[in-house]
Write a protein of this length. Structure first.
Length: 316
């Protein structure tokens, strides 16, 4: 059965971050077009690779990869709270397949996801329950991070499992591209921040508001061109997009997350999710990948990209 990829950047500043009205209109148009691609594909199942931003996963136990058997949204940055429509039996089957395939995968029966998982679906459809889903967390923010090669191999394994289901499976990736949000480093953070990185679950409204205000202020400084964070790098993003479109994903194995953080920002490693999703599709052979939208939105601290890819293999 057909396989496809739907990928899009997310940003917590989409609602209140600084940018022009033209950009806002174009982003909304891009998400509408992306939704049309998804509707035309008519997936039976979505397998989504996405990061977390110290809202659901913390340094008390930080897996490289985790399959959600059940999952719920924490509702940060104006996203909705609630239970994701996880196909739990298939999620368990996938996790068992991955272990047999050589991945010491973690599982969660109470996964908490943040805007990194749900925002793009709310932008496309108004809620995050449009399609049955298996969420796969990839650690993109809490070093040590998985390697690009390992993310590619994980994606290929997921792709093999999906291809054997006989279902129309849409692989999804959310994150990136280049962006440098003010994420603290546990090695240098003050004690109270370290504690939040280790176990910051269920913050008070005051704590969440203060955190969001810091990010909003960073976005305003970025829009004004002030120093403090790396600017969104449109050239780096273009090169990465071209590498995905080439289909030669093994060329990305040589990338290191340290190098990506230095060039594309602290949030740059979120492209690990994109590598996994495109690798999952690649098991079906050559594919075409359309770039639906891209803009380096400095005030949103985001290289905003949207892509849709499908196998070139003819279908009966």
């Amino acid at each position: 059965m057909p396989l496809a990829v739907l990928s899009a950047s997310h940003t917590p500043l989409m609602k209140d971050g600084v940018t022009t009205d033209d950009v806002r209109v174009a982003v909304k148009r891009g998400f509408r077009e992306l939704a049309e691609y998804a509707e035309q594909f008519k997936p039976d199942l979505v397998i989504q690779f996405a990061p977390d931003h110290f809202n659901g996963f913390f340094y008390d136990v930080m897996p490289s990869f985790c399959v959600g058997i059940n999952a719920s949204s924490v509702g940060d940055w104006g996203t909705s709270t609630g239970t994701l429509p996880v196909t739990s039996i298939e999620a368990q089957q996938l996790s068992e397949f991955l272990v047999e395939d050589g991945f010491d995968i973690a599982v969660s029966y109470r996964m908490q996801v943040d805007h990194g998982f749900v925002q793009i679906w709310e932008e496309m459809f108004g809620d995050f329950s449009r399609y049955p889903v298996i969420p796969i967390f990839i650690n993109c923010a809490a070093p040590p991070l998985p390697t690009f090669k390992r993310a590619r191999l994980l994606g290929e394994a997921v792709g093999r499992w999906a291809a054997a289901t006989g279902k129309r499976v849409l692989f999804s990736a959310s994150g990136g591209l280049s962006h440098d949000p003010p994420t603290p480093n546990i090695a240098t953070a003050p004690d109270e921040v370290k504690e939040r990185l280790i176990d910051g679950r269920n913050p008070t409204e005051e704590m969440r508001h203060a955190r969001e205000q810091r990010v909003l202020a960073a976005g305003a400084r970025a829009y004004a061109g002030e120093p403090g964070i790396l600017p969104v790098d449109a050239d780096w993003d273009a090169t990465f997009i071209q590498q995905l479109q080439s289909g030669n994903l093994s060329q990305l194995d040589a990338m290191t997350t340290k190098e990506v953080r230095e060039k594309a920002g602290r949030g740059g490693p979120e492209v690990l999710a994109w590598v996994a999703a495109f690798a999952a599709l690649s098991v079906d052979g050559e594919y075409t990948a359309d770039l639906i939208y891209y803009e380096a939105i400095q005030g949103w601290i985001a290289g905003m990209a949207m892509m849709f890819a499908q196998s070139k293999k003819p279908r009966a």
